[in-house]
Design a protein around this ligand. Structure first.
Ligand code: URA
Length: 218
């Protein structure tokens, strides 16, 4: 199966999934959308009210703001694949629970494997923690990390900036620098990044680890 077929299969499976409680209040699963060959993947938290109605990610207020933020980074929504760590809406937009994240992880892992993006932009704490555990988003937002040969850029969730206007300037600055980061990721030969990872993990304990490597800022 090619990437498009795999994404289609995942969408079909998410639509009828009963692996966690979120399916009880699901109207439509929100598997994600965008090109199967996208260089850049965005991962949010979970569908909200409008996403649950429409089956599409980031179509509410946070989504409109996300479109503006992408534009600041020189990107269009149609360039990127957008998904979430959970594919069904948590009731009242509460945080996704550990068992729900675990039940849904297989869908996201298969999407990443199929699309094989060079860059993953995480939106909010939950998607960041999948790749960069044990850090505070307030300390690492906008800074690139390498994880398994991909650049991971942790960003604040757009909804956080809508709820806390004091975050807005920083969020917009982070997205405005995306263009530079994309260039940096393109220039970095994957093998070079993997070598850096291997050296870093050798220094840690002499064995291969799954730890992300923070890139220096320029
Ligand atoms: N917030 C998210 O994290 N994902 C969506 O799809 C919409 C809002």
């Amino acid at each position: 199966m090619d990437a498009k077929q795999i994404l289609h299969e995942i969408a079909g499976q998410a639509a009828v999934c009963t692996r966690c409680e979120l399916h009880f209040s699901r109207k439509k699963a929100v598997p994600g959308e965008g090109p199967a060959t996208a260089e850049i993947m965005l991962i949010g938290e979970g569908p909200g009210f409008y996403e649950n109605e429409q089956g599409r990610p980031f179509v509410g207020a946070a989504g409109k703001y996300l479109d503006e933020l992408l534009e600041k980074g020189g990107l269009k929504r149609s360039d990127v694949f957008i998904t979430n760590v959970v594919k069904c809406r948590p009731p009242s937009n509460r945080d996704p629970q550990p068992d729900e994240l675990a039940a849904c992880a297989g869908f996201l892992d298969r999407q990443i494997e199929a699309i094989d993006p060079r860059i993953i932009i995480t939106l909010g704490r939950y998607s960041m923690a999948k790749f960069i555990p044990n850090v505070k988003i307030s300390e690492v937002h906008g800074q690139p990390f390498w994880h398994r040969g991909r650049m991971i850029v942790p960003m604040f969730h757009p909804a956080a900036a809508l709820h806390q206007p004091s975050l807005k300037t920083g969020v917009e600055r982070d997205f405005a620098r995306l263009g530079e980061l994309i260039q940096q990721a393109r220039q970095s030969v994957r093998a070079g990044a993997q070598k850096a990872e291997a050296v870093a993990s050798e220094q840690e304990d002499g064995s291969e680890t799954d730890q992300p490597t923070q890139l220096s800022l320029f």
